[in-house]
Design a protein around this ligand. Structure first.
Ligand code: ATP
Ligand code: MG
Length: 350
């Protein structure tokens, strides 16, 4: 979907990425698709850890898709016509603890810095923590459940970031607050947010594939699947990819988190290319393992806002730019800053 906004003129699909919806569906892996980042060691060949799994994942997906279809609720998946200009992206993974919230906070902040009006929704009912990553935990007075209860208006529950006022956060619930949220509620909330002029809604999905997941993906038109280069996480990512497809979300991209170059070099970890080929999903980016992520979480200061941006921040910023179609290359995980600076230099020289 085309994004609108100050940079809309440049929101073409990145040239190096297969466009959304071109995910291999049970077919061969997309070996000639995206130019993958210069991960060392196993880039030119498949890691032995990966080779035995490639066909397995992509052939299983067809079965999952067929098993999950729920025609009764199909109507809820369609976004309203007046919402077509806005992008609603769900950040999901299946497996817990792989980096969905870290990704949501930093993609949201980056896209806001690029001039878009962004709303982050913490769709994790009862276990919210997106507010902590953004340093907004003390400002939440109302949640989406209060809106649905008629206790407050939507604009009262939207917490504006002080640093970037075009970024807002909506939490679904306070801790232990219980409510029977439905898919229809989620769709209505997103419609109302878009009616306030928001151009991007980023939904931070809870772990798992139960009702919380289904609610979070219901209003989404596109998805970012976060995985780590571990077989358990990859399998869950594959399952989620099938469920997304079954629910009409075909524009799906992959973010590989916690990548460790030194382990890839020793063939102890699958490379980004291995993971991407196993899943057959267009790559949005890869984020290195970085202790700065924990520091940033504890401080409530997103990585992409830090003056001396850490490697993980550079990689997340690049992923955000690629999501809005402003970047057509992948950063070198061994030297993320170099890639960005070289590109900026080229822009001035041309
Ligand atoms: N690239 C990284 N390097 C180091 N630590 C990371 C990285 N990404 C995430 N983490 C850490 O992993 C933990 C889980 O991250 P996060 O909360 O973003 O995952 P999640 O998928 O949202 O988890 P949940 O499924 O519980 O919602 C956090 O402690 C975070 O600091
Ligand atoms: Mg989370």
């Amino acid at each position: 979907m085309q994004a609108t906004g100050p940079t809309a003129a440049s929101t073409r699909q990145p040239t190096m990425l297969p466009s959304g919806g071109q995910r291999a569906r049970g077919g061969p892996a997309q070996t000639s698709g995206p130019r993958l980042m210069q991960a060392p060691a196993s880039c030119g060949r498949s890691c032995p850890l990966a080779s035995s799994h490639v066909g397995y994942f992509q052939s299983r997906r067809k079965v999952q898709v067929a098993a999950f279809q729920d025609p009764e609720e199909e109507g809820l998946m369609a976004a309203p016509s007046d919402a077509q200009e806005a992008r609603i992206v769900v950040i999901t993974s299946g497996k817990g603890g792989v980096g969905k919230t870290t990704t949501s906070a930093n993609l949201g902040m980056s896209i806001a810095r690029l001039g878009y009006k962004v709303c982050l929704i913490d769709a994790d009912i009862g276990l919210r923590n997106l507010d902590l990553l953004l340093g907004l935990e003390n400002r939440i007075l109302y949640t989406a459940i209060d809106i649905l209860d008629g206790e407050c208006r939507l604009d009262q529950a939207l917490i504006r970031d002080k640093r970037w006022k075009n970024l807002s956060l909506l939490s679904m619930s306070r801790n232990r607050q219980r409510y029977n949220i439905t898919r229809a509620h989620m769709v209505q909330l997103c419609e109302a947010i878009i009616a306030l002029g928001y151009q991007f809604i980023i939904l931070d999905c809870p772990a798992g594939i139960d009702v919380g997941f289904i609610n979070a993906i219901s209003p989404a038109k596109e998805a970012v699947i976060v995985t780590t280069p571990e077989i358990t996480s990859i399998r869950d990512a594959d399952r989620v990819a099938g469920l997304l497809e079954a629910n009409g979300i075909y524009n799906v991209k992959l973010l590989v988190n916690r990548v460790r170059s030194e382990m890839i070099q020793k063939n102890d970890m699958m490379s980004v290319k291995d993971v991407q080929e196993m899943l057959g999903i267009p790559l949005l980016g890869a984020i290195p393992e970085d202790p700065q992520v924990i520091i940033s979480t504890n401080r409530g200061e997103p990585l992409v806002l830090q003056k001396k941006m850490p490697d993980s921040g550079v990689a997340l910023e690049a992923a955000a730019q690629r999501l809005i179609g402003k970047l057509d290359y992948f950063v070198d995980l061994n030297n993320p800053h170099k890639g960005l600076f070289q590109k900026i230099g080229e822009m001035f020289n041309n």
